[in-house]
Design a protein around this ligand. Structure first.
Ligand code: PLP
Length: 395
């Protein structure tokens, strides 16, 4: 599994040796991206080979950065079902609606993909202590893979984070710090402590490998749709790792000859109370301005400023996609609608994709015969605090 050629800055293009541990580009501070020797991979593995492998992200191992397969830390992440949401679609008068149900990942969210890869690779490069700022799901996933790999984990979450995440992290042996403020405040503290105490900080896009884990969602959608991509993918965007990752996966697959040049229109959905990418997209900007006083029930979308903003915006534009902001009320309605028609208890971020779908249908941006994939990025089980009112009404 030695197919990585080098790491390259997504902005200035400078290259660095992938056998060393890196955070961001040391020249311009932007994210580093992994580049592979795709010609060699094309000869080494075929789509048929992949089809015979176990159903997790490591079935695409030639396209992942871990060098020695003994170093893989896996809890069975990935290869989540791509559900044909026929019943939900019927309710909405739409046939080709799919839900990629990431709630079925270890630790209940798609953060498992990125952290399985990032922690495997960090440990391979000799890291012993890791830290992360998180709205909950990333902290839980980091805690799990750090526990599995025998690393010490330090997690920084906003004080108002749902208790389930705090408990999950503590149970798995992480050291938890609750911070007064938002995820951006947690980031500052995490990176300061990482510097002071010599820990490796695995914040979103602050190291090159979480994106590699998340790009497997792009491989899976292709494989699950028999190597044809859908017309539209609607993605709840916080830091944008998954969207940027899938966009990279499509390019890699095309270069490998696994898919043709056709791309899905990529749609970012954010919450009205924190929509920096939507604003920048509408204003035609290349970068997003930090959002002030971010509020939404969808914690994963409460990211006031994303360091990969320009990469998200590039993917949206190149794909002829768009960006939509939805309200918390629309999100709550959408949770109920998906749960009651499809039996999938989605997280608010996942529900936001349905709210965006409905908006885009009203605008006729999505046509009747198109194929649409919604991303449910986590399990609704982590968000029972949103149902306090309903609980009272029942008792
Ligand atoms: C982290 C998270 C997101 C945002 O993911 P990005 O790839 O960083 O944009 C969305 N939903 C949930 C549930 C999350 O935990």
């Amino acid at each position: 599994m030695k197919y990585v050629r080098y790491l390259q800055c997504s902005m200035c293009g400078k290259r660095v040796d992938s056998n060393h541990l890196w955070n961001r580009c040391r020249f311009c501070g932007k994210p580093l991206i992994v580049l592979y020797d795709l010609n060699r991979i094309r000869k080494a593995v075929t789509q048929k080979d992949i089809a015979r492998r176990p159903p997790d992200i490591w079935r695409y191992r030639e396209l992942l950065p871990v060098q020695d397969s003994d170093n893989i830390l896996s809890l069975g992440e990935g290869f989540t079902p791509l559900l044909h949401a026929a019943s939900l679609g019927h309710t909405l008068g739409f046939r080709r609606l799919y839900i990629k149900d990431e709630g079925q990942n270890p630790t209940g969210s798609f953060k498992a993909r990125g952290l399985s890869v990032a922690i495997s690779r960090a440990r391979e490069l000799g890291v012993k202590q890791v830290s992360i700022p998180s709205a909950g799901n990333a902290a839980a996933a980091l805690s799990a893979y750090a526990a599995l790999g025998g690393l010490k984990a330090f997690v920084y979450m906003p004080r108002d984070v749902p208790k389930v995440f705090v408990i999950e992290c503590i149970a798995m042996g992480a050291q938890v710090q609750l911070i007064d403020g938002l995820i951006t405040d947690c980031s500052q503290k995490a990176s300061l402590d990482a510097y002071r105490f010599g820990r490796f900080d695995v914040s979103t896009l602050n190291e090159p490998y979480r994106i590699e884990g998340k790009k497997t969602m792009g491989f899976e959608i292709a494989e699950q749709m028999r190597w044809k991509l859908p017309d539209i993918i609607i993605y709840p965007t916080g830091g944008g790792t998954g969207l940027i990752g899938m966009w990279k996966a499509f390019e890699e697959m095309e270069k490998l000859g696994w898919i043709g040049p056709k791309r899905p229109r990529m749609v970012t959905v954010q919450a009205e109370g924190c929509a920096p990418i939507v604003k920048a997209f509408k204003e035609g900007k290349d970068f997003a301005e930090p959002w002030h006083e971010a509020t939404t029930i969808a914690d994963g979308l409460r990211v006031p400023s994303a360091i990969g903003d320009f990469l998200i915006l590039q993917a949206l534009r190149e794909s002829h996609g768009t960006a939509v902001a939805v309200s918390d009320d629309e999100i709550m309605d959408a949770i109920t609608l998906i749960s009651r028609t499809q039996g999938v208890f989605v997280c608010p971020e996942g529900a936001a994709t349905l709210a965006a779908f409905r908006r885009l249908r009203e605008l006729d941006w999505i046509k009747d015969n198109e194929t649409v994939v919604l991303f449910n990025t986590a399990s609704g089980l982590k968000y029972v605090h949103l149902w306090a009112k309903e609980l009272k009404a029942e008792s």
